[in-house]
Structure formats: C-alpha cells, structure tokens
Design a protein around this ligand. Structure first.
Ligand code: SAM
Length: 213
C-alpha cells in the first residue's frame, strides 16, 4: 500500500487544512474541529480514503476521521478531498497505537477496520488492528453502545479476529464469510479500495460487526 517516491508528501500534509495536525490536543474536543455535536466515526488504516469519502458524502450528519500511518498514502486522500471537499471529514496521520491519546473515553460512536494489514508472523500478532491489544484501546474510546465493523478478504486474519473477541469481552452482532452474497449484510455496503480490488478477482469478503458484552 505504501507508495514510494512521492516527493514532498510530508510538506503537503503539513499545509493541508483537511488534516488535524495536533490530534492529541483535540482529545475530548472533536466537536470543536467540526463545529457541531454530531456523532463521530473513525476508520483506522484508511489508506487512500475512498471509503471515508463515500461514507461522509452519504451521511452529512455524522463526523468522520480517517486515520492513516503513512504520509505517502494519506497524500492520496488529501488530493481526493481537494477535488471534492467534505466538511464532515478530516484526516490524521498517526499510528493507531496512539489512538487513546487522540480520543477521549466514549468519544467515538463507531470504528471501521477495512482490509487491515495481516501481519502473518505470530510474533507480530499484537500489531494486527483487530487483535485483543487493539480491542482494549478501542474499548477505551468507543461509546458504550458503540460498534466496530471489520472487513477483510484474508481468511486467516478473520479467523484470528474472531478468536480475539471473547477473551477481550466483545460479542458478534453480525458476521458473514461472503459479504457480497449476503443479502442482509450487503445493504448499504460502501466498498473500499481493497474491497474493489479483491472482490473483482473473486475473493470472498469477510465481515463482522461487534459490540461489548
Ligand atoms: N482501508 C483501506 C482499504 O480497505 O482500501 C486500506 C487498506 S491497506 C491494506 C491498510 C492500511 O492501513 C495501509 O494504508 C496502512 O498504512 C494502514 N495502517 C496499517 N497499520 C496502521 C496503524 N497501526 N495505524 C494507522 N494506519 C495503519
């Protein structure tokens, strides 16, 4: 996913009004960023931002924050926002490990994880975004009745993610191993860049929606 040799991406990001540059300063105050008290939803590992942009355009009464670790990738999302500005969407360049520094307890209404990096080696399991270590971070920032929605085409990552739920105190609200042929769960589905790519070559898309026990 990382696009190399994009010169000046850090400078462009530093100048962008679509990026919240000091996210830790807005912990507990995200309403001030958007100038309203609409609910806040976030995507962690947003990539080039297609999903966030389509979701924000479809739901003007919800505020969205897209979080991406790499400048070169975030740059693509900024370029898209320059073409089609959305007042209810902002970006953060940040490693999700620091998520609890950026959002207060219960401040987030929903978290989206889309096609998260699989980190296939066992010793890297805690880096996987649906791991119990990350679920504990999400527990801290998500509203009591909040939901996490996770999509992937990686069966091993999905099986791992399912196994993490009970030990971390989460329950399934809905689950499918073939989203694009699941009439109920497909309603309102917004495709991500990776979803488009992998479903077009015939890979089934796995999805869960979870809440706290
Ligand atoms: N969500 C997009 C999609 O479905 O098209 C992008 C998927 S891409 C495989 C995963 C993205 O997550 C990459 O852009 C990567 O840089 C980002 N990412 C991975 N680990 C991250 C972390 N710890 N914090 C923030 N972003 C992360």
């Amino acid at each position: 996913m990382r696009l190399r040799n994009v010169t000046g991406s850090r400078e462009i990001i530093a100048d962008s009004r679509f990026v919240v540059h000091e996210p830790f300063e807005y912990k507990g105050k995200w309403n001030a960023v958007f100038g309203n008290d609409h609910p806040l939803q976030i995507e962690i590992g947003m990539g080039k931002g297609r999903f966030m942009m389509d979701l924000a355009a479809a739901n003007p009464d919800i505020n969205y924050v897209g979080i991406e670790k790499y400048s070169t990738v975030l740059l693509r999302a900024i370029q898209k926002m320059e073409e089609h500005e959305l007042s209810n969407l902002r970006f953060i360049r940040m490693d999700a490990e620091d998520i609890c520094e950026a959002f207060d307890m219960g401040e987030v209404a929903k978290i989206y994880l889309n096609f998260s990096d699989p980190w296939p080696k066992d010793r890297h399991a805690k880096r996987r975004l649906p791991s119990r270590q990350f679920l504990a971070r999400y527990d801290a920032i998500l509203a009591k009745d909040g939901r996490i929605e996770f999509k992937t085409d990686n069966m091993d990552l999905f099986d791992f993610a399912l196994g993490e739920l009970e030990p971390a105190g989460w329950q399934l609200e809905a689950v499918t191993r073939d989203l694009h042929h699941d009439e109920k769960m497909l309603v309102g589905n917004i495709m991500t860049e990776y979803e488009e790519k992998f479903s077009s070559i015939g890979n089934p898309i796995y999805k869960y929606i979870i809440f706290r026990s």
